[in-house]
Design a protein around this ligand. Sequence first.
Ligand code: B4P
Length: 195
Amino acid sequence: MPLRKQAMKNIILFGPPGSGKGTQAEKLVDKYGLLHISTGDLLRSEIESQTELGMKAKQYMDKGELVPDEVVVGMIRESMNRHSDVKGVIFDGFPRTVAQAEALDNLLDELNAPIRDVIFLEVGDAELAERLRKRAEISGRVDDQKPEVIQNRIQVYKEKTEPVAHFYEEQSKVRRVNGEQDIDGVFASITEILG
Ligand code: B4P
């Protein structure tokens, strides 16, 4: 992949399931004109198209488990290749394991375009469960329907995804935001950080 001539604004939206990553990503894309890459959306679109990758991913997602790293990293690489001339990327729901974070750093090294900020949306467990329960009523998402699957997603987050925050804390890139404010309040806090 070619080196970028211009500095890219690459941002990770980080936080537990239901913390509002997808919600905020849409608003940030409007404001900053960045490319939005959501691994959750990419996987759901593979499932909808009934591809081989989608059918494999579904087995994990329906249980609230993470899809294997190599599948997700391959999808990210493909998306980045497809959009080679962007001002920057908002990574939403990725990386979710330290192995994914390392793979992303390697990929961005090749482009000479490192992650600038990791926006960490902090929301407590009770509020998360309530939001996902409400989303279930409108989204029809299989992984929102059963309380035990929601609990598993929160558990998997604590075991496998939270260590990603420490990975980026060592690079001094983590910016914590109170994700329990209303949607516009969270957005205002993020834009204050990003400028
Ligand atoms: P995702 O699609 O990433 O979904 P999420 O974490 O549940 O949601 P998000 O944080 O985006 O919340 P949202 O804005 O919708 O992942 C789904 C699954 O895909 C994973 O469990 C996993 O199996 C798989 N997967 C995805 N990426 C992967 C990876 N990298 N590796 C392996 N597997 C992967 O907000 C939730 C709800 O709250 C919404 O209804 C919203 O309206 C509401 N809300 C948002 N902000 C609010 C606020 N401030 N106040 C009140 N309500 C708010």
